[in-house]
Design a protein around this ligand. Structure first.
Ligand code: G3I
Length: 307
């Protein structure tokens, strides 16, 4: 069974994020990635400190490798990490002048987005603008110098650099936390009211032992749809060792997402062999360490087939 084939019949873009180019040396990894997924996104390679470690000194090789792989296998690459809460180099954090910081953002976005123009048509412009547990914007390096307006600046700079790309705000935990969900809505509707060029909201969907309440995803799709925005699932994984419960969550979330009208769904990797996890021993993905399909794969595939 292939998720890609099943999703393709229904015009759903199904993908795996967290692809580290080093994994492409593993033939089993490559075989499953190419068979199961239509899109991929890099794990860290596009984040600022990885691709622009010394100001203006870009390291393209890792991302180029992913782009070449995607081209060979007829896949789409999603640009993850233009501005993220992690991974900002010291020279960037040292900039204290607002005009200088905007100029650095412009130079960085232009370099990266121009290089991958025509190769990546959707970007996470800002990832994790809000505090992890909610309660306001993260006071990251951009916020400290530019205030809350850094987010709007980032979208305007991104739109100028890539006029035809879809631009997303990527956020975590909102599906599980009502307060943070409202904060994100307030933030995004404020951006839209100001005319900021945002196209959508990317829900990370990193889930632990608690499933999103049924209806929450549907409500978000409706609310953002009313603002003219798309909602995607960008980084789903389910960190529980209870394989049955895990499969139920995957099935329920994917089923609701599809019925709500979400057409772009990515997981944060696909094999427990290379799972990014902050929980020791968690096995959060669709395939086990030996690339065997888990119950979570079956429930995900079934949700796609029944849609
Ligand atoms: O590359 C350096 C290496 O040179 C150094 O020796 C080593 C020592 O710590 O660190 C290496 O960098 C690590 C990097 O992964 C590459 O392995 C960073 O410390 C580590 O923080 C980083 O973790 C990444 C994390 O984002 C950063 O916040 C994870 O791989 C990545 O899976 C994770 O992905 C995020 C998404 O971007 C956004 N949403 C949440 C998601 C999971 O946290």
């Amino acid at each position: 069974a292939s998720l890609k084939k099943e999703a393709g019949k229904k015009d759903i873009l199904i993908g795996s994020g967290a692809i580290n180019p080093d994994y492409l040396d593993d033939p089993q990894f490559v075989a499953v990635l190419a068979k199961q997924f239509k899109s991929l996104s890099p794990e860290n390679e596009l984040k600022w400190t990885f691709i622009n470690p010394a100001q203006g000194n870009y390291t393209w090789e890792a991302t180029d490798r992913l782009v070449d792989f995607a081209k060979t296998h007829g896949m789409v690459v999603k640009g993850h990490g233009l501005i993220s809460s992690c991974c900002n180099p010291q020279y960037l954090l040292d900039i204290s002048d607002p005009a200088e910081l905007r100029a650095a953002m412009t130079a960085h976005f232009e370099a990266v987005m121009h290089r991958y123009s025509g190769k990546m048509d959707r970007w996470d412009v800002v990832t994790e603008a809000l505090e992890t547990q909610g309660g306001g914007l993260q006071a990251n390096g951009f916020y400290k110098v530019l205030g809350a307006g850094y987010i709007e600046d980032a979208f305007r700079i991104a739109r100028a650099a890539a006029p035809n790309a879809k631009l997303f705000l990527n956020e975590n935990l909102v599906e599980l936390m009502p307060g943070k969900r409202q904060e994100l809505y307030d933030l995004v509707s404020g951006l839209v009211a100001n005319g900021a060029p945002i196209d959508g909201v990317a829900l990370q969907m990193h889930i632990t032992e608690v499933a999103p309440i049924p209806g929450v995803i549907t409500d978000m799709v409706k609310a953002y749809g009313a603002l003219g925005l798309e909602v995607t699932i960008a980084e789903m994984d389910v960190h529980t060792l209870n394989a049955t419960f895990q499969a139920e969550i995957y099935g329920a979330v994917i089923d609701e997402a599809l019925r709500a009208g979400i057409t772009d769904i990515s997981f944060w990797g696909f094999t427990d062999k290379h799972a990014y996890t902050w929980l020791p021993g968690a096995k959060p993905l669709l395939f086990d360490e030996a690339y065997r399909a888990k119950a979570a794969f079956i429930s995900t595939f079934t949700a796609l087939r029944n849609f």
